[in-house]
Design a protein around this ligand. Structure first.
Ligand code: 4AZ
Length: 345
């Protein structure tokens, strides 16, 4: 079994025990993503911190509540990793995910930061937890982010993008600053060259003694000697590359790696350019109910086979079903309780 499983396991542990893990880093000032530097506040205005709203409501800091990264790709949409929005029961309840934009220091966030609710989570239907393939999800925000100086969108790289080999990319996040280390209070950045999938595969084969790690849906970035990398807690966050028209484009989503910053063990990212059609499909505005050609509210999801919809509507239906089941069960139990003594008399 690939140790990717271990990463998923570790990821889940971090997912559920973010508080315990991240509290150890309080007061840490000059720690880095792994081998990176502190970003200038506002330098990466699409950076999203995914947080647990219940922790924030209970008085914990954004730093304690943060569990993954993300990228604002439209005012209402965040791109992240599928493994950030899945738990043992499938798609996490959107109410357990919050998106923070416009923050740099998660212990004392800058004035004007926005904490937005998540209306719906769309992990890719073909995400494979064992291989890490298709590790992408979109989150629809409960309301559009206010876009200003410190909050901007980043365009996802289109399907015309080539291999990107040799391009120096930047990855950002509040994740662990060493393997099994604590997260960073301030946003960190690190520049890492993109390598070919063949090089990535061969380094991983050599260092891990196993084959077939890297699919066409992944892109790797790293140095032969390691030292600079993304790490746990950076998951879901952006790997951006310079682009002529717009400044930067979203090329990757922090997905997995064998540990962090090890030699011949590049970070592996979801290759965003492979998902242009998928992203467009998910982001399509809901069709007008009154229109003739409308196939109903779930049409756009049905058109993308297997894409699961998990939002307030489906939860309301589920809750109703559960209420009915409970009502019947309780009635049945009450009836039995009433009947049995009588039967004995
Ligand atoms: C993680 O577990 C993780 N070195 C993310 C990125 C990398 C390793 C682990 C890349 O979320």
């Amino acid at each position: 079994m690939k140790s990717h499983r271990l990463r998923v396991l570790l990821g889940s542990v971090v997912f559920f025990t973010g508080v315990a893990v991240s509290q150890a880093a309080a007061g840490q000032e000059h720690a880095f993503i792994v081998g990176g530097v502190e970003a200038a506040p506002g330098a990466w205005p699409w950076q999203v911190a995914l947080i647990r709203p219940s922790l924030v409501a209970a008085g914990y800091s954004l730093y304690d509540a943060q569990f993954c990264g993300g990228s604002l790709i439209a005012r209402e949409w965040v791109a992240t990793a599928a493994h950030c929005v899945l738990d043992d029961n499938g798609i996490a309840d959107p109410a357990t995910i919050g998106a923070v934009v416009g923050a740099h220091n998660l212990e004392t966030p800058e004035p004007g930061y926005q904490q937005l609710g998540v209306a719906a989570a769309y992990p890719h239907a073909l995400y494979n937890g064992a291989s890490g393939d298709n590790d992408i999800a979109l989150l629809r925000l409960a309301r559009p982010a206010d876009v200003s100086g410190g909050v901007q969108t980043v365009p996802p790289l289109g399907d015309a993008a080539g291999s990107l080999e040799g391009v120096v990319a930047t990855v950002t996040g509040w994740g662990a600053t060493s393997e099994a280390g604590a997260g960073s209070v301030v946003l960190l950045q690190v520049e890492i060259p993109i390598i070919s999938n063949a090089q990535c595969e061969s380094w991983l084969d050599d260092s891990q003694g196993q084959q077939s790690w890297v699919t066409d849906n992944m892109v790797c970035a790293g140095f032969m000697n390691g030292e600079k990398d993304s790490c746990q807690g950076d998951s879901g966050g952006p790997l951006v590359v310079p682009s002529a028209g717009t400044g930067w484009s979203l090329a990757g989503i922090v997905s997995w790696g064998m540990g962090c910053a090890r030699a011949q063990s590049p970070g592996v990212y979801t290759r965003v350019s492979r998902y242009a059609a998928w992203v467009e499909q998910i982001m399509k505005p809901p069709r007008d109910d009154s229109s003739d050609e409308d196939d109903g509210p779930f049409a756009c999801f049905a058109a993308s086979p297997g894409t699961k919809r998990h939002d307030a509507d489906s939860r309301a239906v589920l809750d109703l079903v559960w209420l009915l089941v409970l009502a019947f069960a309780t009635r049945g139990a009450a009836t039995r309780r009433r009947l049995r003594p009588r039967a004995r008399v």
